[in-house]
Design a protein around this ligand. Structure first.
Ligand code: C5P
Length: 407
């Protein structure tokens, strides 16, 4: 499989107006250091030329099942097994039907029948062809056989009809390919934002308002996301923890700085807000406030801080696809956490009891309940790193299942 360190993709280009988008895909795959070999179907060749594919991929293009040259250089069986991933893009209704039935009348279908490597399919077709029971049955058959799908997306198509059937965006196909090439890194190609730690709200140049958050749970989640292949930005309030390896860490002090840093990290696919953000700040004095023997102690005028989780959760084009908040409570944990999920507009809430007796705040263990729109799931008391890995596994499963985006 493949050839040593260079990971390689065998791209099967089907017919359809979306075929021209594979040129950009090939360019992006090459930028990622991947070798791209292409099988062009007869129908695909009506939309893109072998010469443009060859120029971009730097490889000769395969198209003829019976070409003696191809057979002498590399047989179709060897070709089907020469890569780490076979990608069918665009996959037409006809190509899906032939794949599902096991037909092998041309080089593309022969390769798809003979391959022993994972297959990823990016369908593109008219909306009625996609929703037709025949196509849906073929898709179900292929999925059951382990074929992975990316898209199609909904939108206006070249045929002027609108609905599901449009080829997924190049970014989404690229990310799916990167994941397909690293099954042990299910979040490869995904961007994640994690907030962690407390915030410090200055009162004057030497004093501040803070809380007891250590940042440990947030750092553990950021590390677990990175280990699963995500491109992570960790926005951290002041902690004693070192910057974790393999991610971009942004250190901030106040809640307002934290919100700014989060906005800079958008767009992203996943946002996990574990930070214990101070609810209030004060307008800080520019000089140290002095004690005076005869005057009353100064009163602090508290002003509200922005709610980062609620801000990120507002509907809009940059809203992350999955937003997870935390609810540290000392009483009525589930009731408060459930209403918090709705109030803030996030997708999941991880609720925990931080009463002093639990030893959770500042400790190495956590006992949480995961709350989503469907209900609650209580997890046993676990190490914070185990909570992080379990949460990341849930995130990966969620993102692998297609979810319609709210309009
Ligand atoms: O409102 P409360 O602080 O209990 O909500 C907790 C959740 O909201 C956590 O996910 C926390 O990171 C987030 N939060 C925030 N910005 C705030 C307050 C809380 O992002 N100003």
């Amino acid at each position: 499989m493949g050839d040593g360190a260079t990971r390689s993709v065998l791209l099967v280009v089907g017919g359809g107006i979306a075929a021209y988008k594979t040129l950009e895909l090939i360019r992006r795959l090459r930028e990622h250091g991947l070798r791209v070999r292409t099988v062009l179907t007869d129908a695909g060749a009506r939309f893109v030329t072998p010469m443009s594919i060859q120029a971009l991929s730097g490889e000769r293009v395969f198209s003829d099942l019976f070409s003696l040259t191809d057979e002498s250089e590399m047989g179709h069986i060897a070709l089907s097994r020469s890569s780490n991933l076979v990608v069918v893009c665009p996959a037409t209704a006809d190509l899906l039907a032939r794949m599902a039935t096991g037909l092998a009348g041309d080089l593309a279908t022969t390769v798809l029948l003979a391959t022993d490597t994972p297959v990823l399919v990016a369908p593109a077709m008219n909306v009625r062809m996609w929703t037709h029971a025949a196509t849906q049955a073929n898709v179900a058959t292929l999925r059951a056989r382990g074929v992975a799908f990316v898209g199609p997306e909904s939108g206006l198509m070249a045929c002027n009809e609108s609905g599901p059937g449009r080829l997924a965006e190049t970014d989404a196909i690229l990310a799916a390919i990167l994941r397909g090439l690293s099954p042990d890194r299910p979040l490869a190609g995904r961007r994640a934002l994690v907030t962690a730690g407390p915030t410090h709200e200055p009162i004057d140049p030497v004093r501040y308002i803070a809380n007891r958050s250590s940042g440990m749970q947030g750092y553990a989640i950021a590390e677990a996301l990175a280990a699963a292949g995500a491109d992570v930005t960790l926005v951290s309030g002041p902690t004693t923890l070192p910057d974790p390896a393999g991610m971009h860490t942004v250190r901030v002090e106040t809640a307002r700085d934290m919100l700014d840093a989060c906005r800079h990290a958008l767009p992203c696919d996943i946002a996990v807000c574990t930070a214990a953000v101070a609810d209030w700040h004060v307008a800080p004095a520019t000089q140290k406030i002095k004690k005076t023997a005869d005057a009353a102690p100064p009163a602090l005028q508290l002003l509200p801080n922005p709610d980062i989780l609620a801000t990120l959760s507002q509907p809009g084009p940059t809203r992350p696809g999955l937003i997870i908040g935390f609810a540290a409570e000392t009483e009525h944990v589930l009731a408060h956490a459930t209403t918090k999920r709705e109030r803030k507009g996030c997708d999941w809430i991880v609720a925990n009891d931080v009463s002093p007796g639990t030893g959770i705040m500042g400790g190495t263990e956590n006992e949480v309940t995961l709350i989503d729109a469907a209900g609650c799931e209580h997890w046993p008391r676990l190490d914070k790193t185990q909570v992080a890995h379990r949460l990341v596994a849930r995130i990966a499963t969620f993102l692998q299942t297609p979810h319609p985006k709210p309009e």
